[in-house]
Design a binder for this molecule. Structure first.
Ligand SMILES: CC(C)(COP(=O)(O)OP(=O)(O)OC[C@H]1O[C@@H](n2cnc3c(N)ncnc32)[C@H](O)[C@@H]1OP(=O)(O)O)[C@@H](O)C(=O)NCCC(=O)NCCS
Length: 183
């Protein structure tokens, strides 16, 4: 997958992305919210990138003006629904670039890709209730809350946590019901 927006390029991860990525994989605030243990050495990020490159679910977000990797966006195959092909969306962003609408811009392009170029009918997103930044992103993109999945997973500290489930349906996209389609 290779996608472009006004400010961003979304492309497969490269080995050379490690040093840009280490800027925020080593940031506790980002890592904890994204669900991984913050990295203490760049070697950890190198291994992390190697694993992500093998799975091919996660793409880099490149800021075109700086030609720099500033975040990632992921699409995971999920079995949340019986007869619909569902993808789960995930993302992370270097804290230096928060608050500029970068992840909504990337997500909206990826949403169009999913519904126009794949067989996906539902996009899910899971988010801790306290992660209000991420909830803002999901709402800007048009996701609707489905409910709380109690003790659904464990956090990097191995504590059980509940997460809010959000979804976006292909028919909502096709009817142009999403907030960013009405601008
Ligand atoms: C969630 C995240 C991706 C948001 O990306 P973003 O490109 O900054 O998104 P936005 O610019 O739309 O900002 C979203 C909200 O974050 C908050 N925010 C913005 N800048 C902020 C800053 N510098 N510090 C704290 N919060 C900030 C605002 O509430 C904003 O909502 P608003 O625009 O309605 O006021 C980013 O905060 C992040 O990387 N978080 C850590 C990883 C993570 O949470 N991943 C998702 C797991 S479910």
């Amino acid at each position: 997958m290779r996608l472009e927006t006004e400010r961003l390029l979304i492309r497969p991860l490269k080995r050379t992305d490690c040093s840009d990525m280490y800027e925020y994989t080593s940031d506790f605030e980002v890592a904890n919210r994204a669900g991984w243990v913050s990295h203490l050495t760049i070697k950890q990020t190198k291994n992390f990138v190697r694993g992500l490159r093998q799975k091919k679910e996660t793409h880099g977000i490149i800021l075109k003006t700086e030609n720099k990797l500033i975040g990632t966006i992921s699409l995971y195959k999920e079995n949340f629904r019986r007869n619909h092909f569902t993808l789960e969306l995930g993302y992370s962003l270097n804290r230096h670039y928060w608050g500029q609408g970068i992840i909504p811009e990337a997500c909206q392009r990826v949403i169009s890709y999913c519904f126009e170029e794949t067989i996906c009918e539902v996009i899910m997103a899971l988010c801790e209730p306290a992660n209000t930044n991420s909830i803002q992103v999901l709402e800007k993109c048009g996701f609707k809350e489905e409910g709380l999945l109690r003790d659904f997973t464990t956090n990097p500290l191995k504590q059980r946590i509940s997460v809010k489930a959000y979804s976006l349906l292909k028919k909502e996209y096709e009817r142009k019901e999403l907030p960013w389609q009405k601008l």
